[in-house]
Design a protein around this ligand. Structure first.
Ligand SMILES: CCCCCCC[C@@H](O)CC(=O)SCCNC(=O)CCNC(=O)[C@H](O)C(C)(C)COP(=O)(O)OP(=O)(O)OC[C@H]1O[C@@H](n2cnc3c(N)ncnc32)[C@H](O)[C@@H]1OP(=O)(O)O
Length: 626
């Protein structure tokens, strides 16, 4: 989770030509004529001997408030004390016809400051925590004294004055408190570690004071002023310094302290006759677990998703700590429901695609029974059901779903091998359409020589009917040994070894040297299957055949042997690709029939290597359909 501060645009009043609601304008004009008054209110302004505090005190005084002008009268470094600064401002207020008393206490003695208000005026309605000093040093040179003095005056002083005023405000069920922060705190500023820390501390203080005061009509807001003052004259360039008149900020603070202002817990930045609200915003964030059952994550995984964690597109402001924890609960709910990390892909296909696929897995017009897969006007024209591994595969190939599951966050195509595949047909399959596939990572295993990423994909037709389910295991060579678990979670469909007897049937198919060149046109354009240089990158002497092409050959053999080539009898297939096949090699498919399940193994005849192990095809009710 990443938090940063976002500034809204300052508001401007604009007059536009066109229709004008006269009554509305009159209401605005008469509202503007009504002065915001503070008669009967008592305002305590700390550090009011000069600069911003003086301007606040003068404006409050001119609007009928009785003002406590607090100022220790020290230098802006915090040394010394004199009565003069506060006295001069008190005189100025009185000269305007206002009421004011001076208070010379340090804000650290907050109770004494507030006592001055109570002793002289019997109440305190407004507290502007404005007193501040500077002791700028780089972090390396900041002494304990530099740190303690700054924090004492800004942070502790604001706390002490607020705490002292609190019982009076609560009792009268009214209070307006201002904390003074700074852009030095919000953004940091070289040489102001102590000051920045205190100024951000005041934001935190205001946040909680605002919450605790709400029920007693005590509002606490933050002003972030940039003003020319004796504190800033050394550090601001002349051109800016001359425009940063403190009296331009006073109306903002005075309005924030008026009973008509409903803001509580707002941060208002103001300078040079401009004001805006600031907000802390939170990014969308990124979940670091694939499911509620995954109890750990790793620094490597965090590194891999760092871009997502720090992405501030669609960042939002939250109003309360309750919303922050509420959104975490939502995350947990979604994790429980398994709705995180979903990918979506659209898969369009037509008759032509089905025919191309059938050719790609060796169907031929030489075999009369294959014609229904190759000719769109055949009365039984249908898809070879293994075609429907493709929506799931294409989702995996066109998104970063596999890579995103790895600690490194990436998987290079040359290292990706198809490990296992499960396909289940859930409803009648069409011969053309636009399908939607939703997929997500289901499991990740550390197999030492590689990482095994299991993805589940569900494919729906235009009306939302679930057509097929795929579970694909991708073996990422060289991505293992990341400290992950070795065994699969429940739900990873296991391969099944054939019975210990000679096969019930065997079928041979010779692949062509152009098999991969043809098969790839069905969608999997991985260069591993056609480009010798790319294949060499993956450690292969020559391009290898797509695993799903060998799967297609094997499914064809079983359909021909046990289902009279009736595609509608096919229910599911599962297998493991145990060794690569080279285009041109001959596949021997050994089959064992066990009820509705046909177990099979596919071997490369030329080498004797088993290319597919643990395979089975589940058929529907054969007796009824044959
Ligand atoms: C939809 C998803 C999209 C996927 C993208 C696909 C894109 C396509 O374009 C890519 C392809 O089609 S590639 C072609 C088809 N696949 C192949 O040719 C791979 C053949 N398999 C191999 O070479 C080895 O099994 C090999 C290299 C995979 C592993 O061999 P080794 O490193 O020697 O591992 P080994 O010592 O035998 O076993 C270590 C542990 O891993 C498990 N394992 C082995 N092969 C597996 C496989 N194929 N699938 C799943 N798990 C497998 C072993 O069981 C062992 O685990 P454990 O130690 O827990 O027993």
């Amino acid at each position: 989770m990443h938090v940063y501060v976002k500034k809204s645009c300052g508001n401007q009043l604009q007059f536009t030509s066109g229709k004008c609601d006269l009554q509305y304008l009159k209401a605005i004009v008469s509202k503007m004529a009504e002065k915001l008054r503070f008669d009967g209110r008592v305002a305590v302004v700390t550090g009011a001997g000069s600069g911003l505090g003086r301007e606040y005190a003068l404006l409050f005084g001119s609007r009928g408030a009785k003002v406590v002008v607090n100022d220790l009268g020290g230098s802006f470094h915090g040394d010394g004390a004199s009565k003069r600064a506060a006295d001069i401002v008190v005189d100025e207020i009185r000269a305007q016809g206002g009421t004011a008393v001076a208070d010379y206490n340090s804000v650290v003695d907050g109770s004494k400051v507030i006592e001055t208000a109570i002793n002289n005026f019997g109440r305190v309605d407004i507290l502007v925590n404005n007193a501040g000093i500077l002791r700028d040093r780089s972090i390396a040179k900041t002494s304990d004294l530099d740190w303690d003095l700054i924090n004492a005056v800004h942070l502790k002083g604001s706390f002490k004055c607020t705490q002292a005023a609190w019982p009076y405000m609560r009792k009268q069920n009214y209070g307006r408190i201002i904390m003074t922060s700074s852009n030095s705190g919000i953004y940091g500023n070289f040489g102001q570690a102590n000051y920045s820390a205190a100024k951000m501390g005041l934001v935190g203080l205001a946040n909680t004071v605002a919450i605790e005061g709400q029920k007693n009509n005590i509002h606490c807001n933050v002003i972030i002023p940039t003003a020319a003052s004796r504190m800033t004259e050394d550090i601001l360039p002349d051109i800016l310094f001359n425009e940063l008149k403190p009296h331009l900020i006073a109306p903002v603070v005075v309005y924030l302290c008026h009973e008509s202002c409903k803001d509580n817990g707002s941060y208002i930045e103001s300078a040079a006759g401009w004001a805006t609200k600031l907000n802390i915003v939170r990014g969308k964030g990124c979940v670091l677990r694939t499911s509620i059952d995954q109890t750990n994550t790793t620094p490597e995984y965090v590194q891999s998703v760092w871009a997502k964690i720090t992405d501030m597109t669609d960042a939002k402001h939250l109003d309360t700590i309750g919303q922050a924890s509420g959104s975490l609960l939502e995350v947990l709910e979604k994790l429980k429901e398994g709705k995180f990390g979903e990918y979506e892909d659209t898969f369009k296909f037509s008759n032509k695609d089905l025919i191309l696929y059938a050719l790609g897995i060796g169907a031929s017009v030489k075999n009369e029974n294959d014609l229904k897969f190759l000719y769109e006007n055949h009365p039984e024209f249908s898809a070879i059901p293994s075609y429907f591994v493709l929506p799931g595969l294409m989702l995996c190939m066109t998104t970063d779903i596999v890579g995103s599951a790895l600690p490194s966050g990436k998987a290079h195509l040359s290292n990706i091998l198809h490990g296992e595949q499960y396909l289940e047909i859930c409803d009648d399959i069409p011969t053309s359409g636009t399908l939607t596939t939703i997929g997500k990572v289901f499991d990740v295993m550390d197999k030492g020589s590689g990482a095994l990423v299991v993805t589940n994909t569900d494919t729906y037709d235009e009306s939302g009917r679930l057509l097929v389910k795929n579970q694909s295991s991708t073996f990422i060579v060289g991505a293992g040994n990341f400290g992950g678990k070795k065994t699969p979670i429940k739900g990873v469909i296991p391969i099944v070894n054939p019975p210990n007897r000679s096969p019930d049937a065997t079928c041979h198919y010779k692949t062509s040297e152009d098999q991969a060149a043809l098969y790839r046109l069905s969608g999997d354009l991985n260069p591993l299957h056609i480009d010798p240089e790319f294949a060499a990158l993956g450690g292969f002497k020559t391009p290898i055949l797509h695993g799903l092409c060998s799967l297609g050959f094997s499914v064809r053999a079983i359909l021909a042997q046990y289902a009279n080539n009736n595609a509608s009898l096919f229910k599911a297939v599962k297998l493991r690709f145990s060794a690569p096949v080279i285009p041109g090699q001959t596949l021997k498919i050994d089959m064992w029939k066990e009820g509705k399940r046909v177990l099979f193994t596919t071997t490369v005849v030329e080498t004797g290597t088993k290319a597919i192990i643990g395979g089975y095809v589940d058929l529907k009710d054969i007796a009824a359909k044959l």
